[in-house]
Design a protein. Structure first.
Length: 116
């Protein structure tokens, strides 16, 4: 953790900007890990598709041909699932940026609030 607080509040209180900062750091760390795992998954899928493509037409019978087709369909399904995960994580990152913006606007509004 870089540091615990951007702003100082009362004991036991968390400033909205602190919460937004902590969430942003968590999202950045999560995205970094997801990028690494996605790159590895892409390499595995590419290898599996290449191997599957090399086997097309080499089956000795209908069952072997169906098995090869099934393997390619499984790889396609896994690829689509991984793509959905990437899109969901991109949406989470965009959502965190919106939450950070809202926290900043809230802090500005609080600073401009008149109190006696």
């Amino acid at each position: 953790m870089l540091f615990r607080s951007v702003f100082v509040c009362g004991v036991g209180q968390a400033h909205p900007a602190d919460t937004a900062y902590k969430n942003s750091v968590n999202v950045a760390a999560t995205l970094s890990g997801l990028i690494n795992s996605t790159q590895s998954a892409v390499q595995q899928r590419s290898s599996a598709f290449t191997q599957g493509g090399q086997q097309i037409g080499k089956a000795q019978d209908l069952k072997g041909s169906v098995d090869q087709n099934t393997q390619v369909q499984i790889q396609t399904g896994q690829t689509i699932n991984e793509l959905n995960g990437v899109v969901n994580n991109a949406a989470a990152a965009a959502n965190q940026a919106n939450l950070d913006r809202i926290a900043a606007e809230s802090s500005a509004a609080r600073a401009m609030k008149f109190t006696q």
